[in-house]
Design a protein around this ligand. Structure first.
Ligand SMILES: [Ca+2]
Ligand SMILES: [Ca+2]
Length: 466
C-alpha cells in the first residue's frame, strides 16, 4: 500500500512537472514558405490562383502587416528565439563561414519540448550546419531536410564545382541524441521533389501524433519558392504562365495537404496553424514574384519586410479576420508560450525582442502590442518602422544595388503611401521631423540593451551573460 501511494505521488509529480497543460495543449504547425512575396497569393492580388491558401486565410486571421527579417537566416532565428538576429549573430546568410545559433540560445522547440511537446522539423533549417547546431541540437526530436541554403542544390550543376573544396550538399535526417546522417545528394533533381518529401513526412507525423494524443510542434519549412527554381513534375505547365506559376500552384497544393491531414486526423480544432513567408519575393530575373503594392523585395522598403502571414485556431482566433496591425516574426515565440500558459519558460537572462501578441490574436485587445520594427540588412540598421511611418537611415534599391546614406533620414507614411515615394521631410520642410524623435526613443532603448548584453558574433561559442 505504502509503495502504491508512493508510486501515485510520484506520478502526480511527474504530471504536474511535465505536462500540466497537456490535456488542453493545442498542437502547433508552422508552415514557412521561402522567398514568398506579399502579393504571391490570390487573396492579396496575386495573378496565380491559390484557392487552398485563400480558404485557410478565411478560417483565421490574415495579417496584412506581418513583418519578417531581410533574409532566410535571420527570419528563421527570429522565429526560433524571439530575439533580434543581430543579437544572436544570425543576421545574414553566409557561405562556408561558421554561423548559426549558439547552443545557448533557447529555442521555441526547446521551450515546447520542456512543456511536453513532441517536435519535428521537416525542410530547411539554415541555422547552423555543424554538430551541436543542428535542429536536433536545438529542441527538435527529429528532422529531415537541408542544413543550409537551397542555393546549394545548384552547386553540382556548375562545371567547375569541386567537391574537394566544398563537399557535395546532401539532404539529411536525424533524431535527437544521434548524429544526423546523409540521405541523398541535394542537387537540381532532388530539389524538384524535396518539398513533396517534406509534406509526406509532415502528414505521417501528424497522423502518428494524433493517435498518441500528445501535443506536438511541427515546423514545416518548404524550400519553395527559393532558387534554383524547379518543382515537382506533376506541376509542369500547371497554369500555362511559366515556372513561377507552376511553383505557386505546388505551394498551394502542399499547404492544402497539411490542412487536409489535420482535418483527417480530427485535430484541426486543437491546432494553431501558422503560415508565413520568410522574406519578400525575388522579382528580378526569375519571371515572377510579387510583393504586392510594396516597394522592392530584399531591401529596407516594405517589400523586403512585409510578407504573407496568417494564423488559424478555430473558436479562439476570429475566422475571417483581417488585421493591418504590426506583427513580427519575432513575436511568435513569446506569443505561443503565452497562448499555451507556458510564459514562465521564456528566458529572463537575455533580451527577448518579440512581444506577447496573445491578447491581440484572441481578440481581447484591438491593437497589436507592437509599435515598431527594426529593419536590419546584415548587421546594418537600414530603417525603423514606427506606427504608420517608415524612417530610412540607409537605402538600397535591390539586392545588387549600392547602399546610399541620406544626410537626413527619409520618412514615408507607408499606410497612405505603400510605394514609399512621397518623402515627408522634404515635402513638409521638416514639419515631420518629430518622427525622428520617436525613432530615437526606440533606438536609445535598444542601444542601451545591446551595451548591457553585447551581441553574439556569427559562429561564436557563446555560453551566457555574466
Ligand atoms: Ca528566404
Ligand atoms: Ca539551445
Amino acid at each position: 500500500m505504502k509503495f502504491i501511494l508512493k508510486f501515485l505521488a510520484s506520478l502526480s509529480i511527474f504530471f504536474a512537472g511535465c505536462c500540466a497543460y497537456a490535456e488542453d495543449s493545442p498542437n502547433i504547425v508552422y508552415i514557412l514558405v521561402d522567398n514568398w512575396g506579399w502579393g504571391d497569393i490570390r487573396i492579396q492580388g496575386g495573378s496565380i490562383p491559390t484557392p487552398r491558401i485563400d480558404a485557410l486565410a478565411g478560417e483565421g486571421m490574415r495579417m496584412t502587416n506581418f513583418n519578417v527579417e531581410n533574409q532566410c537566416v535571420p527570419t528563421r532565428s527570429a522565429i526560433m528565439t524571439g530575439r533580434l538576429p543581430i543579437r544572436s549573430g544570425t543576421h545574414r546568410v553566409t557561405y562556408g563561414l561558421p554561423y548559426g545559433m549558439a547552443p545557448w540560445e533557447y529555442t521555441l522547440p526547446e521551450l515546447l519540448s520542456d512543456a511536453g511537446y513532441q517536435t519535428a522539423l521537416f525542410g530547411k533549417w539554415h541555422l547552423g550546419d555543424v554538430e551541436g547546431r543542428l535542429p536536433t541540437d536545438q529542441g527538435f526530436d527529429q528532422w529531415y531536410g537541408i542544413k543550409n541554403t537551397t542555393d546549394e542544390a545548384g552547386y553540382s550543376s556548375t562545371p567547375q564545382f569541386d567537391p574537394e573544396v566544398v563537399p557535395q550538399p546532401y539532404i539529411w535526417q536525424g533524431k535527437k541524441g544521434q548524429p544526423s546522417t546523409k540521405v541523398k545528394p541535394f542537387d537540381l533533381d532532388s530539389r524538384k521533389t524535396i518539398d513533396r518529401e517534406i509534406v509526406e513526412r509532415s502528414e505521417a507525423f501528424i497522423g502518428e501524433q494524433a493517435k498518441t494524443g500528445s501535443p506536438f510542434f511541427l515546423y514545416m519549412a518548404l524550400t519553395q519558392i527559393h532558387p534554383p527554381l524547379g518543382h515537382n513534375p506533376e506541376f509542369d505547365n500547371a497554369t500555362g504562365t511559366g515556372i513561377y506559376g507552376d511553383i505557386i500552384t505546388e505551394v498551394d497544393y502542399n499547404v492544402g495537404r497539411i490542412v487536409d491531414a489535420l482535418n483527417n486526423a480530427g485535430i484541426a480544432d486543437n491546432t494553431i496553424l501558422i503560415l508565413s513567408g520568410d522574406n519578400g519575393a525575388v522579382t528580378e530575373g526569375i519571371g515572377g514574384g510579387s510583393n504586392g503594392p510594396w516597394r522592392a523585395g530584399f531591401t529596407g522598403y516594405e517589400g523586403g519586410l512585409r510578407t504573407v502571414g496568417m494564423v488559424r485556431w478555430p473558436n479562439k482566433i476570429a475566422a475571417g479576420s483581417v488585421s493591418d496591425e504590426i506583427f513580427a516574426a519575432l513575436d511568435w515565440m513569446p506569443t505561443l508560450a503565452n497562448l499555451l500558459g507556458e510564459a514562465g519558460r521564456i528566458p529572463t537572462d537575455r533580451p527577448i525582442d518579440g512581444v506577447d501578441q496573445s491578447a491581440f490574436l484572441l481578440g481581447d485587445q484591438e491593437k497589436s502590442s507592437r509599435e515598431h520594427v527594426l529593419v536590419y540588412i546584415g548587421d546594418e540598421l537600414f530603417a525603423v518602422k514606427w506606427r504608420t511611418f517608415k524612417i530610412h537611415l540607409k537605402t538600397i534599391e535591390s539586392l545588387w544595388a549600392p547602399i546610399q546614406t541620406p544626410v537626413f533620414p527619409i520618412v514615408y507614411d507607408v499606410r497612405n503611401d505603400p510605394g514609399e515615394d512621397n518623402e515627408l521631410i522634404k515635402e513638409s520642410l521638416f514639419a515631420y521631423s518629430w518622427v525622428y524623435a520617436a525613432m530615437g526613443k526606440v533606438l536609445t532603448e535598444k542601444g542601451a540593451s545591446m551595451v548591457e548584453y553585447p551581441n553574439i558574433k556569427p559562429g561564436q561559442d557563446f555560453e551566457g551573460y555574466e
